[in-house]
Design a protein around this ligand. Structure first.
Ligand SMILES: NC(=O)c1ccc[n+]([C@@H]2O[C@H](COP(=O)([O-])OP(=O)(O)OC[C@H]3O[C@@H](n4cnc5c(N)ncnc54)[C@H](OP(=O)(O)O)[C@@H]3O)[C@@H](O)[C@H]2O)c1
Length: 254
């Protein structure tokens, strides 16, 4: 039976999305561990070259090894998203090596969940905002022109439910994610005319090293693969439409 054809009950058989992104290039920031590593593995399974960005080369290499062992394509690209020169160098490399960028997943982020704002040192504030918010600006600034030129692309920003709610002792983190949501909605409007789809994913607590998640059952929490599955859904959405925002929660309250 051909793809997208009705079966004998009249239900539509959906086209198989396996290898749907073959020939494409996807950048995932923070791909060395946690959610970013899971997103990279999941996207690589759909066929593109996964370009793995982060500061620690050895962590990126272990994600690349897992992708290569699964017969996927991966390239390691050490880069600090909070450093404009580092991001510019990475963009130059992608331009020369591939001449295209189809998917940008801005996932790199750092936490900060134990200090009330009035006690937070300014350098800690700067570290959180410069990674979680300014870093996304630098990445879009450097990579969106390649997508605009191609009149196609998908940008997915990994925010948080902390970008929707109050987070006592995590005000800088919450501010970075509330800011990221506003950035995303605005850039989505700027770029949709160029056929670039910009989405934000806001997960609840995910079982990674970002936070100790005191008092929560790690088995009931979201797993990195849940976020990766959501990103795969977004990039395989039919071209006529896009999902601008997803709030992701675990089925069982942890
Ligand atoms: N875990 C949660 O509960 C949760 C919930 C909602 C949203 N999120 C968001 O999901 C994203 C991923 O979080 P995670 O839980 O997977 O955290 P994680 O396990 O701590 O991983 C964070 C990744 O970001 C990279 N990174 C940090 N600073 C960077 C920089 N300046 N430049 C490039 N890469 C950088 C880290 O690699 P290097 O240190 O090697 O650079 C690491 O690979 C974050 O944006 C986070 O805010 C997490």
């Amino acid at each position: 039976m051909p793809p997208d054809a009705p079966d004998k009950n009249g239900d539509l058989i959906l086209m198989d999305t396996g290898r749907a992104l073959f020939g494409q290039v996807a950048i995932i920031t923070g791909a060395g561990r946690g959610i970013g590593a899971a997103i990279a593995r999941k996207l690589a399974g759909l066929g593109p070259t996964a370009v793995l960005v982060g500061r620690t080369r050895s962590h990126l290499e272990s994600t690349a090894k897992a992708i290569l062992e699964a017969k996927g394509k991966a390239e390691v690209l050490p880069c600090d998203v909070s450093d404009m020169n580092s991001v510019g160098t990475a963009a130059g490399h992608v331009e020369r090596a591939f001449g295209r960028l189809d998917i940008l997943v801005n996932n790199a982020g750092i936490g900060g969940f134990s200090t009330p704002l009035h006690e937070l040192p300014p350098d800690v504030w700067d570290g959180i905002l410069n990674t979680n918010l300014r870093g996304v600006y630098y990445m879009i600034r450097a990579f969106a022109p390649m997508m605009i030129r191609a009149k196609a692309g998908h940008i997915i920003n990994i925010s948080s439910l902390a970008g929707k709610n109050a987070l006592p002792k995590g005000a800088a983190y919450a501010a970075s994610k509330w800011g990221l949501n506003g950035l995303t909605y605005s850039v989505a409007e700027e770029l949709r005319g160029h056929n670039i789809r910009v989405s934000v994913v806001c997960p609840g607590s995910v079982n990674t090293e970002l936070s100790p998640h005191v008092g929560k059952d790690p088995l009931k929490m979201l797993q990195p693969e849940d976020v990766a599955h959501t990103v795969a859904m977004l990039v395989t959405q039919a071209p006529q439409s896009f999902v601008s925002e997803i709030l992701l929660r675990p089925t069982q309250k942890p």
